[in-house]
Design a protein around this ligand. Structure first.
Ligand code: C5P
Length: 409
């Protein structure tokens, strides 16, 4: 999936040590389908060469406002007119101060000023995103924070900085986001804000039902589809609360909405965590919740005795979280979306579940062929019928799901 297809990005590079990551950022943007034009400040050329950036972007690099290659002699106007966004990575403290004051003493700063401005509450067509990179003292300095405040007021979008090891050897706030994170943030920025202001509750992954302190019942769900839904909901501007079973996945970074996460083990834990959020607008029940648990969990590890002594377990049914949660919903609020991972008769089982759980939308997929994979095929089933999506990567499918759900709200 190339999430930046048909987008042209003007990448501005200013003088910071993190400029050594800019060529990698260009490659990431191109990998996602973007066309990249690079403009550097003079200071940036001390950290990374224009030749490198020309080679990786496949386009001439511009530095000077007096560059004669632009026929009308106005590179500050010409270079910004056809771009979908200006991204400055890294942006230095000096350049942020200049931007916040509206100074225009080189090509990049003049170009940012000429990109348009807010008029009658309408944003210009060319958004500006900046990714700060500097020493922690510089970042925390009141003057820098003043610049940040002004830039935010001016609708400039700030990505990062992150906290961590710095090139100077100090540790703290001011690290530039990694190229892959910057690229993800830009992708998130371009997604339509279909769930702006909505509270979204998501369960993901398997549950683990202990038998004794070392063994348990679980299933092959990796949580990838649920986490992709969380990311797509964030990109759409939602506030997401993610309830994750035992998975080894990082929480998606929130560049657009907001995310909180709790980790649970058993279906009973997941049940309690879900019921604590009756005020959500949407509930995506993506988790593969274990249908049964053992009635009595052994306090100590069950020891293997003789060859003929095989333990028997008394299983009891777990609460059906989705069924119970949907029952509480009055007038389809929250809007509940169920998932079904089947091994056969996908559509039949899906239709039955839609009715049994009394939910407006069910998403069916073939469990064994997608567990742990990055790709999937899904069928959306509702009262109107079925629609198929994929095969595609899970984040693309998650964006399809968000779009389809937003149409039904
Ligand atoms: O009934 P079945 O498990 O096949 O239905 C799957 C859907 O129900 C999924 O959305 C799953 O998250 C949800 N579910 C649940 N609690 C259970 C079992 C399934 O919420 N105990």
């Amino acid at each position: 999936m190339m999430s930046l297809n048909n987008k042209t990005i003007l990448l501005g590079i200013t003088g910071g040590i993190a400029a050594y990551k800019s060529p990698e950022l260009v490659r990431q943007l191109i990998k996602q389908g973007a066309k990249v034009k690079v403009v550097m400040t003079d200071a940036a050329t001390h950290f990374v060469t224009p030749t490198t950036l020309q080679a990786v972007s496949g386009n001439p690099v511009f530095i000077s406002q007096w560059d004669a290659r632009i026929p009308n002699g106005m590179p500050h106007i010409e270079l910004s007119r056809d771009v979908d966004a200006i991204l400055i990575a890294p942006v230095s403290a000096d350049f942020m101060a200049k931007l916040s004051l509206g100074l225009a003493d080189d090509l990049l700063s003049t170009l940012c000023l000429a990109r348009g401005h807010e008029s009658n509450g309408v944003l210009s067509d060319c958004p500006l995103l900046i990714t700060p990179s500097m020493n922690r003292q510089m970042w925390e300095h009141v003057a820098t924070q003043r610049s940040v405040e002004k830039l935010l007021q001016d609708q400039v979008i700030l990505l990062g900085p992150a906290s961590g090891d710095q090139a100077c050897g100090e540790v703290g706030m001011g690290r530039m986001l990694e190229p892959v994170e910057i690229c993800e943030a830009l992708i998130a920025f371009f997604q339509p804000k279909l769930l702006q202001g909505k509270k979204v509750l998501i369960t993901a992954g398997p549950t683990y039902e202990p038998i004794d302190p070392v063994r348990g019942l679980t299933n092959r769900s990796s949580g990838k589809m649920g986490f992709a839904i969380a990311r797509a909901a964030l990109e759409a501007g939602a506030t997401v609360h993610l309830i994750a079973g035992p998975v080894s996945l990082e929480t998606p970074l929130a560049y657009s909405g907001k995310i909180t996460r709790v980790n649970v083990m058993s279906a009973a834990d997941m049940h309690a965590a879900v019921m604590a959020h009756p005020d959500c607008d949407l509930f995506f029940s993506v988790a593969a919740v274990a249908d049964w648990r053992v009635n009595h969990i052994a306090e100590q590890k069950i020891k293997k005795q003789s060859a003929s002594d095989i333990p028997a377990f008394d299983l009891v049914q777990n609460p059906d979280i989705l069924l119970e949660f949907a029952k509480k919903s009055v007038n389809q609020h929250p809007f509940c979306i169920g998932f079904a991972a089947e091994t056969q008769n996908l559509i039949d089982h899906g239709k039955k579940k839609l009715l049994a759980k009394n939910i407006p939308l069910l998403i069916a997929n073939h469990g064994p062929s997608t567990f742990g994979e990055d790709h999937n095929q899904i069928t959306l089933i509702d009262a109107q019928g079925e629609s198929h999506f994929g095969p595609a990567d899970k984040i693309s499918l998650a964006r399809d799901v968000i779009r389809e759900v937003s149409k039904r709200l």
